[in-house]
Design a protein around this ligand. Structure first.
Ligand code: HEC
Length: 110
């Protein structure tokens, strides 16, 4: 059976649980674009010079991303990278990383 895109969209729009799942998945996918450098779910590897984004207060993350985006804050990578995200996406990223704590780490504990 072919489920049309419209049917899927309707299902998501009418089922609050599904809509929430879709939102969470989208948010997590967005955050995964930072994992290459800042670690999975923002947990930088121990001993790494990279800043951990996990648990970072949302207002601070938003402020830094906007500063990189507008050129107010210089950097090597982040100024170019921040330009690729809308302000709304930066808000979502900030919300996601602020909620990630040590207890929600997906990194395997030895
Ligand atoms: C290619 C590697 C790379 C990726 C991918 C990356 N970052 Fe960064 N990030 C850096 C580096 C390097 C710095 C230090 C500033 C600079 O040199 O640009 C930094 C700094 C930051 C800072 C400032 C931290 C502080 O202590 O003030 C924030 C916030 C940040 N990144 C957020 C993000 C977010 C959110 C994403 C995903 C959308 C992301 N970064 C993706 C490399 C990366």
């Amino acid at each position: 059976m072919k489920l049309s895109l419209f049917a899927v969209a309707w299902l998501i729009a009418t089922d609050p649980a599904l809509a929430q799942d879709a939102f969470a998945l989208r948010e997590r996918s967005l955050a995964a674009t930072c994992a290459q450098c800042h670690g999975t779910d923002g947990h930088a590897p121990p001993g790494s010079a990279m800043t951990s984004l996990a648990g970072m207060p949302a207002p601070y993350l938003v402020e830094q991303m906007l500063a990189f985006k507008t050129g107010v804050r210089p950097g090597t990578v982040m100024p170019q990278l921040a330009k690729g995200y809308s302000d709304a996406q930066i808000g979502q990223l900030a919300g996601y990383f602020a909620r990630v704590t040590a207890t929600t780490a997906t990194v395997a504990k030895p």
